[in-house]
Write a protein that binds this ligand. Sequence first.
Ligand SMILES: CC(C)(COP(=O)(O)OP(=O)(O)OC[C@H]1O[C@@H](n2cnc3c(N)ncnc32)[C@H](O)[C@@H]1OP(=O)(O)O)[C@@H](O)C(=O)NCCC(=O)NCCS
Length: 235
Amino acid sequence: MTIEVRTIRLTASQDRLPALLDLLDDDERARAQAFRFPHLAAEFIQSHAAMRTLIGKQTGLRPRAIPLSKGKYGKPRVAGETGFEFSISHSCGLASFAFSTQGPVGIDIEKIRVLEDCDALVQQFFSHSERDELGHLRACEQLRAFYAVWTRKEAYLKALGTGLATPPRTASVTVDPDAAPAVAGASESAQACCHWHLVDLRVDAGYAAALAYSGELCPVTMTETVDIAVLLADC
Ligand SMILES: CC(C)(COP(=O)(O)OP(=O)(O)OC[C@H]1O[C@@H](n2cnc3c(N)ncnc32)[C@H](O)[C@@H]1OP(=O)(O)O)[C@@H](O)C(=O)NCCC(=O)NCCS
């Protein structure tokens, strides 16, 4: 059983985008065209082209021919029996992907920046215990802890496949960025805590990222972050 994490720098130039758009299906192309801001469209196109390329490596299918569908709450999956599950996250020029052969997996990556609405986000998304623990940290430690909680929790919600349909305040993760990450409490059932593993990922300077997976503890392999051109040239 393995979990594999890949992170790709979305550095394709504008003139490469039509070829990458060509790798996407109709639904993805429609989504790409609906973005108001070109840089968001470019990030979407590149992250989905990278996702299809990586899935192609796993399945032997051509990227464009990969039949993608979505779970009830929007989690993407490859239709049919593949023997693996995956998760995708992208933020400010980087996309991370997790592939698991032992069950549900979720990944989240966030560019670290000072947020003006940080307090409001904490009130809205953090559980009581997370708010309490964060409030006891020194001000200079809070930003790193905020992103640790955010990425850990979002990875967990994405592994569950529910995303925001599970109210984020009802799930708790550990807050200390220097301590082992873990799901500290979840509303579904007390048992839920036992089946989930969280891993903090070092993907690139200035980013926070986390992985959640279920099942047995197993090694997580992380390949060096590369530009999308390197990934595509490798195929
Ligand atoms: C889509 C969602 C799951 C993540 O949003 P995000 O952080 O803006 O974006 P990310 O780049 O990390 O992930 C987006 C990808 O997750 C995938 N995704 C969508 N719904 C999903 C779900 N229910 N479960 C797992 N993955 C999902 C999609 O493929 C999406 O990529 P795409 O839009 O390019 O197709 C969001 O709707 C959500 O529910 N997030 C949880 C938010 C939250 O509670 N944050 C607080 C944490 S404290």
